[in-house]
Design a protein around this ligand. Structure first.
Ligand code: HPA
Length: 272
């Protein structure tokens, strides 16, 4: 808690006051969203007390604070993945700092593989529920009583109202929005055919290496949240093609304009 408060105090002193909506931008996503932020204030992670520093070159590593449609938005460009070697507490530290700063809602994006053969690359899935296959949990250890309970409820980890808004905004924009279950795996390797078969069997529609720790902590500290997966590759175990991270990033980049419209549209709706 001391570390959280130190980071919060520092960010306040830099001018991050009264952020209403927090946004976590995933791999290859968010360049356009960041451009929508008016009068942006940039704070690189490496100057924030106790903030982990991102190592993956595709992650930029800064907070951006400013307004979108008159709403104070605090965006994270570059997130921390467990496979990079951070602890779960480090991965989710920014969410706890957002809570301390007063963030009321959290929007998350990620790149994920599609397990549904009816869906195609480049489409977007609103996450309705998740399966945590990560080998650790950010709530392990002493409970942070100041922020939430020992055994948080997870009956509805993604906010139904925000999800409905996202589906409607997508429909209005003519986007073929999908809805489904996201499974979080450790990575950093992609999955084998047998693993994709397994993931399909246990009920996952998409698979990725992030988001779930942040969502668990958002639920723990009572920040309603929503998340969108950009489906960057087809994980069809019967016809699996080799895939390269650069392809994943390229597909994510192509989806960036639509993702930006979904998030800015949602921010507008939440204000109304
Ligand atoms: N598996 C895991 N993570 C991913 C994938 C995938 O197929 N695609 C994008 N992130």
């Amino acid at each position: 808690m001391e570390k959280i408060l130190a980071a919060q105090e520092f960010l306040k002193s830099k001018g991050i006051v009264n952020p209403q909506i927090g946004v976590i931008l995933g791999t290859g996503l968010g360049n356009l969203f960041v451009k929508e932020i008016e009068d942006p204030l940039f704070v690189p992670y490496d100057v924030i007390p106790h903030f982990p520093v991102s190592t993956v070159e595709t992650h930029h590593g800064k907070l951006i604070f400013g307004k979108i449609n008159g709403v104070n938005v605090l965006a994270m460009q570059g997130r921390f993945a467990y496979y990079e070697g951070y602890t779960m507490q480090q991965v989710t530290f920014p969410v706890r700092v957002m809570k301390a700063l007063g963030v009321q809602k959290l929007l998350i994006s990620n790149a994920a593989g599609s397990l549904n053969p009816q869906w195609s690359k480049g489409e977007m899935m609103v996450i309705e529920d998740h399966i945590n296959l990560l080998p650790d949990n950010p709530l392990r250890g002493p409970n942070l009583d100041e922020q939430g309970p020992r055994f948080p409820d997870m009956s509805a980890p993604y906010d139904a109202t925000m999800n409905e808004h996202l589906m409607n905004i997508g429909e209005d924009l003519g986007i073929n929005m999908r809805k489904g279950v996201y499974a979080a795996v450790l990575g950093p390797n992609l999955e084998t055919r047998a693993e994709y078969r397994f993931l399909k069997k246990i009920g996952a529609d998409a698979v990725g290496m992030s988001t779930v720790p942040e969502v668990i902590v958002a639920n723990h500290c009572s920040i309603p949240c929503c998340a969108i997966s950009v489906l960057t590759d087809d994980c069809n175990p019967e016809h699996l093609q080799p895939i390269d991270i650069s392809e994943i990033i390229a597909i994510a980049g192509k989806a960036d304009p639509l993702l930006t419209k979904l998030f800015t549209g949602l921010i507008q709706q939440l204000k109304d």
